[in-house]
Write a protein that binds this ligand. Structure first.
Ligand SMILES: Cc1cc2nc3c(=O)[nH]c(=O)nc-3n(C[C@H](O)[C@H](O)[C@H](O)COP(=O)(O)OP(=O)(O)OC[C@H]3O[C@@H](n4cnc5c(N)ncnc54)[C@H](O)[C@@H]3O)c2cc1C
Length: 380
């Protein structure tokens, strides 16, 4: 039998939306295509908003081994600028976080079906899955970075040309100590990387790079990282003697940074995209997870209030337009050339408060979370 509410995707947004709806007494089935928890491409930096919504959901980040981060370092070539982040961030692997969220969803009464892929959303609202067709009253699309046939994301005006990669390293003790408590943003020709510790003393290296640079490295990950390390003495020092912890890196292409969903005139009713299917913010000091959770919260509140999808879309746009717009603007200003990167780090060294300001301006405003139902006092 088709459930009243069907959720496609058991990442942050899907698991959170399903949990909040189940806690409100709704029957929810969530389909996750992966049979087992796995690694995901993500810098794994949790801003305060993400932590606030995770606390609301009952996820215990301490129990997951999340590590604290309170400083940001901007690096280009030999130049380094450093400043306080301005809020208490944390980091934890998606392997642990997403598994914990699906556990929370199950405990709330969500029917979690792993190993089931949603293949297409038909024009008449039928959802085709690897386990057969379904016709739910409400379909929440939370497939994240992965597109779903029948739910195209508009790409105009987005920045979608770079390739994304992520892996983990075990750093030498001195480098690990140097990185502790800090997110490092390392700029290089054609892109930038985020480097930070996650639980069990692993270092997450996640970066965006121009496809030409990847091609120049023979289309191979290890030569690409060696090439980046040659350009960045800082990265080279961090990775000296480090051991790669994954057999293969995770990779992604065509992320439409800057995308904000707006339902078209022909959008079938009862379809609610959440997470990266609704908003994609450039990842500097990472607010993608916070925004994914926030959007899931707005979607579930609209649904529970019986409001149509475009009311949710307008609220999401009102809350997300500022941070997404500013992060996209910053991404364009930073650009991809070394000369610009060096100028930027010189500026940040002269006025470190600019880094703290940049981190604040690319975040959701605390009042937006409280307006979406976050308990007073939980916002930063
Ligand atoms: C390179 C990079 C670095 C990032 N770094 C950060 C960061 O440091 N901090 C931060 O806050 N954000 C970061 N983000 C953004 C963040 O990862 C996303 O915003 C967030 O994961 C979105 O959550 P989601 O639930 O929408 O999607 P996802 O987390 O991608 O989850 C989608 C889920 O749907 C499942 N799925 C996909 N297709 C189907 C299907 N057809 N049927 C069933 N299931 C399906 C997937 O298996 C997955 O479990 C980064 C993003 C990128 C690309």
């Amino acid at each position: 039998m088709a459930p009243a509410i069907l959720v496609a995707g058991g990442g942050l947004a899907g698991a959170a939306a399903a949990t909040w709806l189940a806690r409100a007494g709704r029957a929810v089935r969530l389909l996750e295509r992966e049979l087992h928890p796995g690694h995901k491409i993500c810098g794994e930096f949790l801003s305060w908003e993400a932590q606030a919504w995770l606390a609301d959901l009952g996820v215990d980040l301490d129990a997951l081994g999340a590590v604290p981060i309170d400083r940001v370092r901007l690096v280009a070539g030999d130049l380094v600028a450093e400043a306080p982040l301005g809020f208490a961030a944390r980091s934890v692997t998606r392997l642990r976080l997403d598994a914990a969220l699906l556990e929370v969803a199950s405990q709330a009464g969500v029917e979690v079906v792993r190993g089931c892929q949603v293949r297409e959303l038909g024009r008449d609202g039928t959802v085709l899955t690897s386990h057969g067709p379904l016709r739910p009253e409400t379909f929440i699309v939370a497939t994240g970075k992965h597109g779903l046939r029948g739910m195209p994301r508009a790409r105009e005006g987005t920045l979608d040309h770079q390739l994304g990669f992520k892996t983990y390293f075990r750093l030498l003790p001195a480098e690990r100590a140097g990185l502790a408590g800090t997110i490092e943003l390392i700029l290089f020709e054609g892109g930038y990387a985020g480097l930070q510790l996650v639980e069990r003393d692993q270092a997450n290296l996640c970066f965006l790079v121009a496809p030409e640079r990847f091609r120049r490295a023979g289309g191979q990950f290890t030569p690409l990282v060696e090439d980046l390390a040659r350009e960045s003495p800082h990265l080279s020092r961090r990775l000296a003697g480090a051991v790669a912890l994954l057999d293969r890196p995770l990779a992604i292409s065509n992320m439409p940074y800057g995308f904000l969903w707006a339902p078209g005139p022909e959008a079938p009713p009862g379809i609610l995209p959440v997470g990266d299917q609704a908003s994609v913010i450039p990842s500097f000091t990472g607010d993608g997870m916070g925004l994914a959770l926030h959007g899931a919260r707005l979607a579930t509140r609209a649904l529970l209030a019986g409001e149509p999808a475009d009311v949710y879309a307008r609220r999401l746009a009102a809350d997300a337009r500022g941070p997404v717009g500013r992060a996209s603007w910053l991404q364009r200003q930073i650009g991809e050339t070394s000369a610009r990167h060096l100028a930027l780090v010189r500026l940040a060294r002269a006025a470190p408060a600019l880094l703290t300001l940049g981190a604040r301006l690319t975040r959701l405003a605390p009042g937006r979370l409280e307006a979406a139902g976050l308990k007073p006092g939980m916002a930063a």
